[in-house]
Design a protein around this ligand. Structure first.
Ligand code: SF4
Length: 342
C-alpha cells in the first residue's frame, strides 16, 4: 500500500489558488491551507489511477468544487457515470448512488470513501417488501425512486428521480402504480397526476424535519423571501413553497432568479451543502438557512477521498443476477428521461 506524502499546507495553498477561486465565497481563506494539501494530492492521484470523482449536490464545497469531475443530482450522476472513460469511479454521495453507478458501469471499479454512507429512504424498504406489494396489487407497475438498494431496483419496473417522477408515472399509461419508498414524494406526484398512487411510508430523515410552520415564520420575518423546497419535504412545507423541485431544478431556478434580480433572498429547504454549492455559483443570491445536514452524505471528507484512491477501497459490487434486473429499471428511467429532453 503506497503512502502519499501530503504537500506542506502553505505550499499547497499557493499552488492551488485557481482552485480556491471557485470556493472563496463559501470557504474562508484562512481555512484553505487545511484543505489544499488534500486537494493537490487527490487531483494528482486521480490522474495516476485514471479515476473520476462524482459528487452529489449535497457534498461539502471542498469536495464539490475542488476535486469532483462530475457533479449533480442522482440522475445526472447516473448518466454521466455511463459516459465516463475512466477505469475507476469514486462516488462521493451515498451507497445507493454508488450501486447505481456500478449498475450502468459494470466493467469499472466503483469506490466509496466511507461504506457507512447510507440513506434512511433506501433503508426503509427491502426487496421482500416489494414482492409483498406485488402480491397485494397484482399487475400494478412498481415505480422506485433511485434512492433504493439494487435489490429493490431489481424488483421494480422502472426507477425515477424527483425531477422526472411525474413524467414517468404518466408515461407508463397505467391507471395506478405502486410508488416507493418516499411517502411525501409519492403525495407530491399524486397531486400532479390523475394516476392513482399507492405509496410506501419511507421518509428522508433530512427533509422530513422541515415544517410548514417554520416556513410561515420565516416569511413573516421577511416577506420578500423566495421559498424553494425539495419534494421529499412534508406536504405542509410544499404548500408554502414558491418552487418545488429536484436539486437540479432548484439550482436552475436560483440561476434564473440570480439573472433576473439584483439580490434575491432565498430560503432553500433541503440539505445544507446544496445552498453552499449553489451560493458558490451565484454570489449575488442571499441564502437564508435553516437547512438540515445529511449525516450520511457528510461521511465523505477530503482525507477519506484520498484514502479511497490510495487504497482502492471501498469497492461497491452488485450480485450479477440482481444487477441485470436492476439495470433494466435504471435504463428504462434513462430512456424515459431522454425522451423527455427530446
Ligand atoms: S438527504 Fe435524505 S434521501 Fe438524501 S441521502 Fe440523506 S437521508 Fe437519503
Amino acid at each position: 500500500m503506497s503512502v502519499i506524502e501530503l504537500p506542506a499546507p502553505e505550499e499547497a495553498a499557493a499552488e492551488t489558488t485557481s482552485i480556491f477561486a471557485r470556493v472563496e465565497h463559501v470557504i474562508p481563506r484562512v481555512e484553505w491551507p487545511l484543505h489544499a494539501p488534500y486537494v493537490a494530492a487527490i487531483n494528482a492521484l486521480k490522474k495516476e489511477r485514471n479515476a473520476v470523482i462524482l459528487a452529489h449536490n449535497y457534498q461539502v464545497p471542498e469536495i464539490f468544487y475542488t476535486v469532483a469531475d462530475i457533479v449533480g443530482d442522482s440522475l445526472a450522476l447516473a448518466m454521466k457515470a455511463k459516459e465516463t472513460k475512466a477505469d475507476v469511479i469514486v462516488l462521493c454521495g451515498v451507497h445507493f448512488m454508488a450501486e447505481t453507478a456500478k449498475l450502468v458501469n459494470p466493467e469499472k471499479t466503483v469506490l466509496v470513501p466511507d461504506l457507512r454512507a447510507g440513506c434512511s429512504l433506501a433503508e426503509s424498504i427491502t426487496a421482500a417488501d416489494v414482492r409483498l406489494l406485488r402480491e397485494r396489487y397484482p399487475g400494478t407497475p412498481v415505480v422506485s425512486y433511485v434512492n433504493t438498494s439494487a435489490e429493490v431496483k431489481a424488483e421494480s419496473d422502472v426507477c425515477v428521480t424527483s425531477g422526472n417522477a411525474v413524467h414517468i408515472v404518466e408515461a407508463l399509461g397505467q391507471p395506478r402504480v405502486i410508488f416507493l419508498p418516499d411517502e411525501y414524494l409519492a403525495k407530491y406526484v399524486a397531486s400532479k397526476t390523475d394516476v392513482q398512487i399507492i405509496a410506501w411510508k419511507g421518509h428522508c430523515e433530512v427533509h422530513e424535519r422541515f415544517s410548514g410552520n417554520d416556513v410561515a415564520r420565516f416569511r413573516r420575518d421577511d416577506p420578500s423571501l423566495i421559498v424553494l423546497a425539495h419534494p421529499e419535504c412534508p406536504p405542509d412545507v410544499l404548500a408554502e413553497a414558491d418552487y418545488v423541485g429536484s436539486t437540479h431544478g432548484m439550482a436552475a431556478y436560483v440561476g434564473t432568479l440570480a439573472a433576473q434580480q439584483r439580490a434575491p433572498r432565498v430560503l432553500m429547504l433541503t440539505e445544507c451543502s446544496m445552498a453552499d454549492n449553489v451560493a458558490g455559483a451565484h454570489p449575488n443570491v442571499h441564502f437564508v438557512r435553516p437547512c438540515n445536514l445529511c449525516p450520511h452524505m457528510k461521511r465523505n471528507t477530503l482525507p477519506k477521498v484520498l484514502d479511497s484512491l490510495r487504497t482502492m477501497q471501498y469497492e461497491v459490487t452488485v450480485d450479477p443476477a440482481v444487477a441485470e434486473r436492476a439495470r433494466g429499471a435504471v435504463e428504462r428511467m434513462l430512456g424515459y428521461s431522454a425522451a423527455l429532453r427530446d
